[in-house]
Design a protein around this ligand. Structure first.
Ligand SMILES: C[S@@+](CC[C@H](N)C(=O)[O-])C[C@H]1O[C@@H](n2cnc3c(N)ncnc32)[C@H](O)[C@@H]1O
Length: 144
């Protein structure tokens, strides 16, 4: 699998990813402790390819999707959205699990049309949305 389409990330990316991971882990535990909640969805609206190249070491590092998938207790479902085709394909290929969907496209449309309807409050379903935006994504997702 070629790495040319991967993001190269600076030194700030790894602490940021750890914060996202710890926040998701604590949230999963709190939500799982509510017996009336039947479904907890992790939603990554700017998912990336799943892997980044560290600018400091040149090594591959896990992105937010892999970190969310490793959390225990496990989320009931994982929705990953990525606009760029090669990144979305890589993420889909590396995550064939039945509780994972990778949608390619603009999260502004996919969240409203496909993902949020799966997380209805009255069905005792709860989402944990993660929005890790690039500058381009921030402009494009201003209505979220
Ligand atoms: C900073 S990277 C994401 C990194 C990932 N969340 C992580 O931490 O490993 C942002 C990604 O959002 C994607 N993106 C930008 N605008 C988007 C949009 N409107 N909808 C979906 N994806 C978008 C970009 O192609 C890019 O891969």
């Amino acid at each position: 699998m070629s790495n040319h389409h991967l993001d190269t990330v600076g030194y700030w990316a790894e602490p940021k990813l750890l914060i996202v991971e710890e926040y998701a882990k604590a949230s999963a535990q709190v939500l799982k402790d509510q017996p009336f909640i039947k479904h907890i969805a992790y939603i990554d609206a700017f998912a990336g390819a799943g892997t980044h190249v560290s600018k400091t070491t040149g090594e591959l590092i896990h992105g937010s999707p892999a970190r969310a998938l490793a959390i225990r207790p496990r989320f009931t479902y994982h929705h990953f959205i990525e606009m760029e085709g090669t990144r979305a394909r890589r993420l889909r290929q590396t995550n064939p699990q039945p509780d994972v969907t990778v949608c390619q496209g603009d999260c502004n449309e996919i969240l409203l049309g496909e993902v949020f309807p799966e997380c209805r409050y009255e069905d005792f379903r709860r989402p944990l949305p993660a929005q890790d935006q690039s500058a381009r994504g921030r402009r494009r997702s201003r209505d979220l």
